[in-house]
Design a protein around this ligand. Structure first.
Ligand SMILES: C[S@@+](CC[C@H](N)C(=O)[O-])C[C@H]1O[C@@H](n2cnc3c(N)ncnc32)[C@H](O)[C@@H]1O
Ligand SMILES: CC(C)=CCC/C(C)=C/COP(=O)(O)OP(=O)(O)O
Ligand SMILES: [Mg+2]
Length: 293
């Protein structure tokens, strides 16, 4: 689709095309994504994630590699670690009530949204560039009978339809590496109420290393994304009334996930770049929780 293309909904409302050619590329990328590592993990319990895991591997649960159920157990364990990642993000959203509205910016297939609704009983609005992902997330919400509270839509996270100051908390779970951070945090800051909370879990390059390493460049090429530095996150937050309340280096907590995944049947070829860059210090997996002031 070109930047000037317009499509319509069945009711005839105009949906503008992607804001930039790059966003069109990203929409196509996620519309076409069907890696077994994501679908098989999601099939474990119906929570479909597009992010990575944290926490120690439970080797007792995985058992013996000779066991005919071994692969199934590894899949369940990787999925448990990915859901644990969402849990730590939700732990940082602050006081959320059933009346709250939360925004998942770059919501993927919606796994984090379902978990947020199940924990808080609140409304969760998700946005993604991919129509396929939005359909998938809305279908899952209908299957769970929570479609009145959990909604995905195709929308640019830099220009959302949410009213100024109407959102109690918002997040980016591994989705901020597709956008300019100043533009992103300006939009979160606009929609959040004063005292609201913003949380991101992201991979960022480490300014202590100097510049993005070859492994960080490989990850960018693999996903067509543009990983930012830790410094850029903190500077762009400070410029947009987002004051960090917690900055947690999750790098040691995510390495066991990658090491387990690298030995599994679900490898995609990007595992060594993550492991090497986490180990050489050029790349970090971080959670940043910030107050909207
Ligand atoms: C790696 S996936 C993460 C999905 C989800 N947060 C999760 O944890 O499962 C990245 C997501 O960011 C979305 N995305 C990238 N750029 C976007 C933009 N400008 N506006 C809205 N969504 C965007 C993609 O459509 C995709 O859903
Ligand atoms: C931490 C960084 C840099 C993340 C980049 C964004 C990204 C593609 C996340 C995982 O998606 P996925 O779950 O679809 O990827 P995979 O197929 O590798 O599991
Ligand atoms: Mg994945």
């Amino acid at each position: 689709m070109s930047m000037t293309d317009i499509t319509t909904t069945p009711r005839g409302a105009a949906i503008p095309g992607p804001a930039t050619p790059y966003q069109g590329d990203i929409a196509r990328y996620w519309d076409g994504e069907a890696r077994p590592v994501n679908l098989k993990l999601g099939d474990v319990d119906g929570l479909y994630h597009h992010h990575y895991g944290i926490g120690e591997v439970d080797f007792a649960a995985i058992g013996d590699p000779q066991d005919s159920e071994h692969e199934k157990k590894v899949i369940a364990e990787l999925h448990r670690l990915e859901s644990a990642q969402t849990d730590i993000l939700l732990d940082h959203l602050g006081a959320i009530t059933p009346e709250s509205t939360l925004v998942d910016a770059g919501c993927g297939r919606g796994g984090s949204m379902v978990m947020a609704h199940q924990r808080f009983g609140c409304t969760v609005e998700g946005i993604t560039l991919s129509a396929k992902q939005a359909e998938f997330g809305n279908r899952r919400a209908r299957e769970l009978g929570i479609e009145d509270s959990v909604r995905s839509r195709v929308c640019n996270m830099l220009a959302t339809p949410f009213g100024t100051g109407t959102v109690a908390a918002s997040w980016n779970n591994e989705s901020s590496m597709y956008v300019d951070l100043h533009d992103l945090f300006a939009e979160h800051s606009r929609i959040l109420s004063v005292g609201g909370r913003y949380v991101t879990i992201t991979g960022c390059w480490n300014p202590i290393y100097g510049q993005p390493s070859k492994y960080v460049s490989q990850i960018n090429a693999h996903f067509e994304c543009n990983i930012h530095s830790r410094r850029e996150y903190l500077r762009a937050m400070a410029d947009n009334r987002l004051v960090p309340q917690a900055v947690i280096d999750l790098t040691p907590a995510t390495l066991p996930y990658w090491e387990l995944r690298a030995t599994s049947s679900l490898v995609t070829g990007i595992e060594e770049a993550f492991i090497n860059s986490y180990k050489d210090g050029s790349f970090q997996y971080v959670l940043i929780a910030a107050d909207r002031v």
